[in-house]
Write a protein that binds this ligand. Structure first.
Ligand SMILES: [Zn+2]
Length: 437
């Protein structure tokens, strides 16, 4: 085993993980969990499979701590989105290594980090690592769909398996060059995914006589336009404020925030623009099922993302005012996420120390995510400090963003190795902290 470098070990494990197809739905993550259990067992790390249904297991492994310090979970998910082989240059489940890159669905999102986390804990175990608090590796099912088989279920049904003070998950790690300076992004919070539906009522009738009916689709049109134009009053949360301070050298007023960031780099402005308030995007519409029947009902489904600590009730009041007192029903479809972790923590210090080591002069900046990750379930259940950080400095962030959930997804082996190094570093730093409190 000593002949294999961590880099080779992570590469081979990732290739094997990609070859186990875990497109969700249906997921079938148990096969990935079993592969990981076998790998970890070979290196003396015991793991447990937790499954709501047999074919969708979550794997949790740990190096037990002395009980004197905080617990850290290296969190990941083993399911992926679908892939259409016709769009790909290589078979999406080949796991082929080509010119220093491992190809396949999940390479970036996020089997690469699954493999790196597994190699981090396995290699530490081999070295006889004794952390103050448990070092936990959790490779969960069902992140991409969130139908209740993954971490949400684990937190409810087996909380002791994943209870932890600190967590490293997916979400960020990009290396950005803005205004000639280098920044590594660490996600520390996320918006609440809070889609809603409006139902606009009218009266049906024969489509050949428009005036005798009350067309719900036509009534919905100006409401859809109003939603499309919606702009929240901008505000700077702690993450955006810290990002702006680092990147622009000051804290502009909320109205000036996007402009000030754009003056440094267009990308910086694009990055913070959706993070200053609630966003709404109408995405789906259902009206008449018959071409010749004027609809009595039009349903519009709207993607909506709300800032942490804002409530649906506050946003609903705003939206109802925007929509006017039209004849409509308003219904929230769900509300997941919208949690944040503090920035002044030992885990943050560990991220900073790592970045200072790999690239002196580079700075770590926090980010609020517009999307949703499993970090939310841990923050919500245990108040865990959860960050999204998997450093990537070889692949350009623009390319990585294009490949995720898309064709020709692949990861640089250099970045995979860097990820293993970071996760080991975080485990050692948190593992040497004195107390959980
Ligand atoms: Zn993911």
């Amino acid at each position: 085993m000593a002949t294999l470098s961590l880099r080779q070990e992570a590469t081979e494990l990732l290739q094997e993980l990609i070859r186990v197809e875990t497109v969700n739905p249906p997921g079938n993550e148990t096969r990935a969990a079993e592969l990981l259990r076998e790998y970890l067992g070979d290196h003396g790390v015991e793991s447990e499979l937790y499954a709501k249904v047999p074919e969708r297991a979550n794997l949790v492994a740990r190096i037990p701590g002395a009980g004197t310090g905080p617990r850290l979970v290296l969190l990941s998910h083993t399911d992926t989105v679908l892939a259409d082989p016709a769009e790909w240059e290589l078979d999406p489940w080949s796991g082929e290594l080509r010119e220093g890159q491992v190809w396949g669905r999940g390479a970036l999102d996020m089997k690469g980090q699954v493999a790196a986390s597994a190699v981090a804990i396995a290699s530490l175990a081999r070295e006889g690592f004794e952390p103050g608090g448990d070092l936990i590796f959790a490779a969960c099912a069902d992140e991409e769909v969130g139908a209740g088989f993954g971490l949400q279920w684990l937190c409810q049904e087996h909380p002791e398996a994943v209870r932890s003070e600190y967590c490293v998950n997916e979400g960020a790690g990009d290396r950005l060059v803005l205004g000639g300076r280098v920044f590594y992004v660490c996600s520390t919070a996320e918006k609440m995914s809070s889609p809603f539906r409006i139902r606009v009522h009218g009266r049906s009738g024969h489509a050949s006589r428009p005036t005798i009916a009350d067309n719900a689709l036509v009534k919905a049109a100006p409401l859809i336009e109003a939603l499309g134009r919606f702009q929240d009053t901008p505000e700077l949360g702690p993450e955006v404020e810290a990002f702006l301070r680092a990147v622009t050298g000051g804290v502009p007023t909320p109205d000036r925030a996007v402009e000030a960031a754009r003056e440094v780099h267009l990308l910086a402005g694009d990055l913070i623009e959706p993070l200053l308030g609630t966003t709404v995007s109408p995405t789906q519409i259902v009206a008449s099922r018959g071409r010749n029947v004027i609809p009595a009902l039009c349903e519009v489904t709207v993607d909506c993302r709300i800032l942490p600590e804002r409530t649906q009730a506050e946003v609903e009041a705003q939206l109802r005012e925007l929509l006017g007192d039209s004849d409509l029903d308003f219904e929230w479809l769900e509300g997941h996420g919208g949690t944040r972790s503090r920035l002044d923590t030992p885990l943050w210090d560990a991220v900073e120390a790592f970045v200072a080591d790999i690239e002196p002069g580079a700075q770590v900046v926090p980010l609020l995510l517009a999307g949703f990750t499993d970090s939310h379930w841990l923050r919500d259940a245990f108040g865990t400090v959860a960050y999204g950080f998997f450093p990537m400095r070889t692949m350009e962030p623009e390319l990585a963003a294009r490949l995720i959930h898309s064709a020709d997804e692949r990861i640089e082996v250099e970045d995979l190795e860097l990820g293993v190094r970071f996760l080991r570093h975080a485990a050692v730093e948190v593992g040497s902290l004195p107390s959980a409190a």
